[in-house]
Design a protein around this ligand. Structure first.
Ligand code: SF4
Length: 508
């Protein structure tokens, strides 16, 4: 009614003409010419990826290809294309083969790469995990390019570990008995499986069900095997010996680890070595344990990739164990790192068991004549034995129970125990003493201050830009491949940022 001209005139209001809008025709069919080369601009990073991958030696990827010229059969996708697709996808935070296949249908950068073809997701998924040696070689070749550009010197390498969630839920962890029950049931179900042709369901559905049951049985068998290995690896005298072991039925090789902010969850520990010159990743590995004991394998990986050992390694307190300090001294690698702090954290075990700070180990003095320690109450703690734990050799000393029971300091020094007070000291070796003395110097402290800025940069990039907060694949081998793809992508991004210029600009 408001647009009715006659009524508007009747009311004495001047009528406003109707707005003229552009019609949308969704019934039309169009044929558009597409110039593939013009789909993306000259300086697009996907061109840089294609260019760099093209320079590298891809022979190891060609080795398994059976399709050859002059013989019948379908041609295969060029490994240069599949590698470039994965690198570009990881760069954009896409780690799903299905998602890449979808992007090939409409995204200009993927269309430019494939020449408007669509690559099947099975091909992409298989390619990601089926070329471990070739991918290792590719990673090394990229390091060669970066080294040639002067971005890698190995003068100072920072080591850090970052926990990445496994593709498994915390609820998937089961004890041995539950696992064995589930496995027995799964085996029975597999045995009872009939011929898919005789099933009432369609053959495709029946086969899919059979495959799912077989995979479930294999996963459970893997979980039981993994659990038995963990039980065996626990040393006889260990406190954990009697603890119930649990293993994930979804990813048996994942381990429950403490993440940032103190939360626990099924994870893998991705070990990254970063050259301090331009923050290039020079080594990557994945571990199922904590950082302690991971420095020596990291040095070996760097040497395997670049043919030389780092001159200096900078690490946080998680790596500095006695074994590591000794090993670095033996390899003549300058180790810079913090020692694990004792007595200051909120997890301080001495505080938790009620000892007063005046009776902490610093208050006990070494007595050469007895090869023991003298306590604040004037009694002697005699040498009891030694134990190796977490990469450290510890010597244990103990006071006589009769001395402590009648001591007026007992409630502050060793509350709640009938045995005499014990004292654990690290064995002081020349290498450890030299390391402690070095870390008191201003120069070493200044170098250590750079650690977080360099070592944590690639970790943050891989998690925030590439999106590797949780692995998509399961099992140590496959997650290592995923981590390698992510680190390779990171290094190529650094090359694009620091070195690459579009061909047209170079020619001009
Ligand atoms: S409790 Fe034992 S170790 Fe502690 S001060 Fe007294 S005598 Fe010494």
């Amino acid at each position: 009614m408001g647009n009715d001209k006659s009524s508007a005139v009747g009311l004495g209001v001047e009528a406003k003409p109707a707005v003229r809008r552009k019609p949308i025709n969704r019934q039309q069919l169009l044929l558009r010419p597409v110039e593939v080369e013009k789909l993306i601009e000259e300086g697009h990073p996907v061109r840089a990826i294609w260019e760099l991958v093209g320079w590298l030696n891809l022979e190891p990827f060609y080795a398994d290809i059976e399709a050859v010229e002059g013989v019948a059969g379908r041609p295969v996708w060029d490994p240069q294309l599949l590698i470039s697709l994965w690198i570009y996808a990881y760069k954009d935070g896409v780690s799903s083969a299905r998602e890449i296949a979808r992007l090939c249908e409409y995204h200009p950068a993927y269309q430019w790469l494939t020449g408007l073809e669509v690559v099947n997701y099975h091909t992409l998924a298989d390619f990601r995990i089926h070329h471990q040696e070739a991918l290792d070689r590719l990673f090394t070749d990229v390091l060669g390019v970066l080294s040639h550009e002067g971005l890698i010197t190995l003068e100072r390498v920072m080591q850090d570990g970052t926990k990445v969630n496994a593709c498994a839920s915390a609820k998937s962890f089961r004890r041995k008995k539950t696992l064995q029950d589930h496995l027995r049931l799964a085996r029975e179900q597999v045995q009872q499986m009939g011929d898919p042709k005789s099933e009432e369901l369609s053959q495709r559905v029946a086969k899919a069900r059979q495959r799912a049951l077989r995979e479930k049985r294999q996963r459970l068998e893997g979980a039981v095997k993994e659990l038995e290995q963990i039980e065996e690896s626990r040393s006889k005298g260990s406190k954990d010996r009697n603890k119930q072991v649990r293993v994930s039925t979804t990813d048996p090789e994942a381990r429950v680890m403490m993440q940032a902010k103190g939360a626990y969850g099924p994870s893998y520990n991705v070990q990254i070595s970063t050259d301090a010159r331009a923050k290039i990743i020079v080594g990557v590995g994945v571990s199922q344990s904590t950082d302690a004991g991971e420095l020596e394998p990291a040095v070996e990986r760097v040497e395997a990739n670049l043919g030389d050992k780092p001159q200096q390694m900078v690490v946080d307190a998680g790596y500095t164990t006695q074994d590591t300090i000794e090993a670095m001294a033996q390899d003549q690698i300058d180790l810079i790192g913090a020692l694990p702090e004792r007595g200051n954290s909120r997890w301080d075990p001495l505080k938790r068991c009620g000892k007063s700070p005046e009776f902490y180990p610093q208050a006990f003095t070494y007595d050469v004549s007895t090869n023991g320690y003298r306590c604040p109450g004037g009694k002697v703690l005699l040498y009891e034995g030694e134990e190796r734990k977490g990469g450290w050799l510890h010597r244990r000393y103990r006071a006589r129970a009769s001395d402590c029971q009648v001591c007026s300091f007992q409630t502050q020094c060793c509350p709640g125990t009938r045995r005499g007070r014990s004292l654990v000291r690290r064995e002081q070796t020349p290498a450890l003493a030299a390391f402690e003395a070095k870390m008191q110097t201003t120069e070493a402290r200044q170098i250590y201050k750079q650690r977080a800025g360099v070592a944590e940069f690639p970790n943050a990039w891989i998690k925030d830009k590439i999106g590797l907060r949780q692995f998509r694949l399961r099992g140590l081998f496959k997650v290592t491949m995923e981590a390698l793809w992510a680190c390779l992508t990171y290094n190529i991004c650094q090359w694009i940022r620091l070195c690459w210029r579009p061909q047209r600009l170079v020619q001009a």
